[in-house]
Design a binder for this molecule. Structure first.
Ligand code: 0JX
Ligand code: SF4
Length: 316
């Protein structure tokens, strides 16, 4: 049987970032050091395959610290936690390891520094997302004003328009965030913030690669989870960059083959929490149905690595 030809564009960078790599290592090393069960507050990263794999090794995933016993270690997810969470763990004399990505912790420190300087904070992020909850939770309840869209900027009511600063979630759309920051600066010319925003290198690079790849593709798939902010942004970037069909899939079984009928070019990328094994599974599914020629669309080379916390390095 002759298979139809398909050019399969593979975005680079794609998949795991340094913060995800570190967070997963933290859970694995904690299991080695302390044995099972090790509790993890929230999905360590937003990927069912990763979470299921760690659960098989003895990790127990919970949403709140209240669900953890005092006498077992607990790990905080890569997305970060409000200050009240480590404080509560310390009060209960629990062993805890913080797997918050260092690039998220940097934003936490920024928010605290602005508050120490007497500035009121605006957070650009998605309501209810654990990273936004964690960053806003660096300051007392009600202190941080949340902005999700350009339209929200009109409703910001600061205590003093001259004493404002902003921080952002690390996994937002770069282009949408530029628009929100521009609107904030127009309304509050004195607002202080980072050079551009707090979107991390991995989010930026994955979006750039999709922008280069999407116009070449009849269709595009992003391997990632429905609760993964950075993965969902890649789907949107693909559509905006001119790809008529841009979809999120968790793994090969989710591919809607009927929707792909007649395509001759396909783009594949993956969010920062999607493991390479699932990307390969998706590529293999195409190889089963098409005569595939793989072409890389590489827009950046990444060499970022983060160390695991010392408490785990000591036993290694
Ligand atoms: O939903 P997010 O993109 O923030 O998280 P995910 O998919 O777990 O990605 C890795 C963790 C990112 C933290 O910034
Ligand atoms: Fe860190 Fe960025 Fe990865 Fe989030 S997406 S874990 S901020 S490197």
């Amino acid at each position: 049987m002759t298979l139809p030809p398909l050019t399969l564009y593979l975005a680079a960078p794609r998949g795991f970032c340094a913060g995800v790599d570190r967070a997963i290592k933290i859970v694995e090393m904690a299991l080695e050091k302390w044995g099972a069960p090790v509790f993890v507050r929230h999905e360590i990263v937003h990927n069912k395959f990763v979470v299921d794999g760690l659960r098989d090794k003895g990790a127990v995933f919970v949403e709140t610290l209240d669900e953890c016993p005092d006498d077992r270690p607990v790990i905080f997810s890569a997305h970060g936690v409000p200050k009240a969470v480590p404080a509560a763990a310390a009060k209960r004399q629990m062993v805890y390891v913080d797997a918050t990505c260092p690039l998220v912790s940097k934003v936490h420190i920024e928010a605290q520094r602005h508050a120490d300087n007497g500035l009121q904070m605006v957070m650009i992020g998605h309501a209810g997302h654990p990273e936004t909850v964690g960053t806003m939770g660096q300051l007392p309840d009600g202190e941080v004003l949340l902005v999700e869209t350009v339209a929200d900027v009109a409703n910001v009511t600061p205590r003093d328009a001259e004493r404002l600063a902003f921080v952002t979630q690390t996994t937002l759309s770069v282009d949408d965030t530029i628009d929100i920051v521009t609107a904030l600066k127009q309304r509050f010319p004195a607002i202080i913030g980072p050079h551009k925003e707090d979107i991390c290198y991995a989010t930026t690079n994955r979006q750039e690669a999709v922008k280069a790849m999407a116009p070449k593709c009849d269709a595009m798939l992003v391997v990632g989870a429905p609760n993964s902010s950075n993965s969902k942004r890649l789907v949107e970037v693909g559509t905006k960059a001119g790809c008529g069909y841009s979809q999120l899939v968790q793994r090969a079984a989710d591919i809607d083959w009927r929707a792909l009928e007649g395509i001759t070019s396909m783009g594949i990328t993956a969010g920062a929490s999607a493991p390479e094994v699932l990307i390969n599974e998706v590529i293999d599914a195409f190889k089963d149905r098409y005569d595939v020629t793989v072409e890389m669309v590489e827009t950046a080379i990444e060499n970022v690595e983060f160390k695991v916390p010392r408490v785990l390095r000591e036993t290694a």
